[in-house]
Design a protein around this ligand. Structure first.
Ligand SMILES: [Zn+2]
Length: 339
């Protein structure tokens, strides 16, 4: 069968690999759509997170954001039949077929309701990640928030805050790509900042306004209650780590949710954390099956439109182009493989 295989740094190829089989307690899925995740990009660029891809003699097959049709049902699997349209939690899905083990319905395998397309279903996994992060920040009506990173996770957080019915006074999105920022605006950001053109701290302060610090009222702090860091740290980046900027642009008692990976250790001045009593939360993945199913429900109810986030589609044979396109963050939002 055809698959997208990573062989080393910046080396993705379309390859012919052995087709897997459904063993006892497993199912085999014929993949219809599979997205390239930010974490897959870390593997592509630097070989990070090898555990979220499947080893084959040709290299590693990534892919965990996918949907398809059940093609084989192993012995002992209950409630799942050949032909069911599903999404599932497994890896190695950038291939024509992938197995899920154990194939437990509504735990690792989820049926797609009528009306949910394969492509939007393939974006459910990152949507669940955004939902988990969005909720962790506990956004409240009238607050002002900043999201760093207008990739699939950051944009998903914009969508989830909207879907949660929270009315923020300001929702500012920061990124380096005008294309992604335009999308953020479409989805509900009140303001956007392109960090390649503007000084983020100055611009945020201008948009959000300021509040005096309790003990030193002559010090005015940006009136920001909540920050989502959907960037983490990109190795070799000349800019200061987002977490450091986040600590500087928040008012006292603010919350910061970190939902981006760090490609390398960073040095950060933590004095604002201490002096402003800021709370920092790490957000990783989502609750299963709860938030994964909640995200599917948001798609089914059309509370979020995930199709607009898919900017490119490629066949598995064009893995090289697909990964290069996803790595070009100025041009792409979500790249998927389509079979
Ligand atoms: Zn992912």
């Amino acid at each position: 069968m055809k698959a997208a295989v990573l062989r080393g740094p910046y080396d993705a190829i379309g390859a012919e690999v052995d087709k897997p089989k459904a063993g006892p307690g497993e199912i085999l899925i014929k993949v219809k759509a599979c997205g390239i995740c930010g974490s897959d990009l870390h593997t592509y660029k630097l070989g990070l997170f090898p555990e979220i891809s499947k080893e084959v003699p040709q290299g590693r097959i990534p892919g965990h954001e996918f949907s398809g049709d059940v093609a084989e049902v192993g012995e002992g699997v209950e409630g799942i039949a050949v032909g069911d349209r599903v999404t599932a939690l497994t890896m190695g899905a950038m291939a024509e077929y992938v197995t899920v083990a154990p194939a437990v319905l509504n735990f690792l395998v989820f049926k797609l309701a009528t009306g949910i397309g394969y492509e939007e279903a393939a974006t459910n996994e990152p949507l669940a990640t955004s939902l988990h992060a969005a909720k962790m920040g506990k956004p409240a009506n009238g607050e002002q928030a900043v999201i760093f990173g207008a990739g699939i996770i950051g944009l998903g957080i914009v969508q989830c805050i909207k879907a949660m019915g929270v009315e923020l006074k300001k929702l500012i999105v920061v990124d380096s790509s005008d294309r992604r920022l335009e999308m953020a605006r479409k989805l509900g950001a009140t303001d956007v900042i392109n960090l390649t053109r503007d000084n983020v701290i100055e611009k945020v302060t201008e948009i959000a306004g300021t509040v005096p610090m309790r003990f030193v009222p002559t010090i005015l702090l940006p009136d920001v209650d909540l920050v989502y860091d959907a960037v983490g740290y990109v190795q070799g980046s000349a800019a200061q780590p987002v977490i450091e900027t986040a600590l500087m642009i928040t008012k006292e008692f603010a919350r910061i949710v970190v939902v981006g990976a760090f490609e390398a250790p960073v040095t950060v001045d933590l004095n604002p954390l201490f002096s402003k009593e800021i709370k920092i939360y790490g957000s990783f993945g989502y609750d299963i099956p709860g938030e994964f199913m909640e995200a599917l429900e948001l798609i089914r109810e059309k509370k979020v439109d995930r199709n607009v986030l898919i900017s490119h589609a490629f066949p598995f044979e064009e893995a090289k182009e697909a990964f290069a396109t996803q790595a070009n963050t100025g041009e792409s939002v979500k790249v998927i493989f389509k079979a």
